[in-house]
Design a protein around this ligand. Structure first.
Ligand code: SAH
Length: 257
């Protein structure tokens, strides 16, 4: 029986899928893709006789039944998710159902949109003496967020925050972040459709971003990045400091690290 591949499609640009993911698409007999977010241009990698399903209009049961019927016919099945499937991919329930049905599967990771957003912003998220932590989160929507993870309490860490699935509630997000301790002047950036041809970046502060985003009419497929890494002030990385010794370079401090 063929292994089913659950593949991260990357954030949009069809060249941002892994080589492994691309090869598997090129050999697929059946592709079930998350049509709400996966760039359809990725389907151009598929062979012309490949059967393509858009999971946006399917239930979990329908997805699993389609996979099962296809592997029973010895077809090669790819399940294509946006970004990396481990982040808000709803793959756990699919994997559990596949295990139950004794269907072998493998996961091929992808470039998550929070990383494509960093690339678009030309920004490092982990700056010395600013933040060494990235928080990946979302505001509560139809999917609830556990109480101890609400934005207000996460904001108290002043780490770099990448907030998914929340652009349509930006005003609420901003209020929560400020009540958690971020000052109204904290820098924030919105990246809509990172790596797509229509990518758009809006930079501002917590106190003016809602107005800017409303003006641009951005209300979906956007990453919210918040934190002082977006300021220009930071300490230089130790890694390339002349005195810093590490496994691959003897620095002037003569100490191993
Ligand atoms: N698994 C995906 C996330 C799926 S949840 C990943 O790893 O990226 C969907 C959310 O991801 C969207 O609401 C948006 O916040 C974000 N997103 C997905 N693609 C994006 C893109 N190209 N640019 C900006 N944000 C994106």
């Amino acid at each position: 029986m063929n292994t089913v591949y659950i593949i991260g499609a990357g954030p949009g640009d069809p060249e941002l899928i892994t080589v492994k993911g691309q090869h598997l698409l090129q050999k697929a007999d059946v592709i079930i893709y998350a049509g709400s977010l996966v760039n359809p241009a990725l389907l151009n990698y598929a062979p012309s006789n490949c059967k393509i399903y858009n999971s946006a209009s399917m239930t979990l049961d329908e997805v699993i039944t389609t996979i099962k019927q296809s592997v029973d016919k010895n077809l090669r099945v790819v399940r294509l998710h946006t970004g990396d499937p481990a982040i808000y991919g709803a793959i756990q329930e699919q994997m559990d159902a596949l295990r139950k049905a004794n269907i072998d599967f493998e996961i091929i990771p992808g470039v998550s949109s929070f990383l494509a957003a960093a690339a678009a912003l030309k920004q490092e998220y982990t700056l010395p003496e600013i933040s060494q932590t990235v928080i990946i989160t979302r505001n509560a929507g139809r999917t609830p967020v556990p109480e101890q993870e609400n934005l207000k309490s996460l904001a108290t860490h002043k780490a770099t925050m990448c907030i998914f699935l929340s652009i349509h509630m930006l005003d609420e997000v901003v209020k929560e972040l400020i009540s958690g301790g971020y000052t109204p002047e904290t820098p924030i950036a919105i990246v809509q459709k990172a790596s797509w041809p229509e990518q758009k970046i809006i930079r501002g502060q917590l106190n003016n971003i809602v107005e800017k985003v409303n003006r641009e009419k951005i209300n979906r497929t956007a990453m919210i990045v918040v934190g002082h890494c977006l300021d220009s002030q930071y300490a230089l990385s130790r890694l390339y400091a002349p005195e810093f010794t590490h496994m691959y370079r003897q620095g002037t401090d003569k100490k191993d690290d």
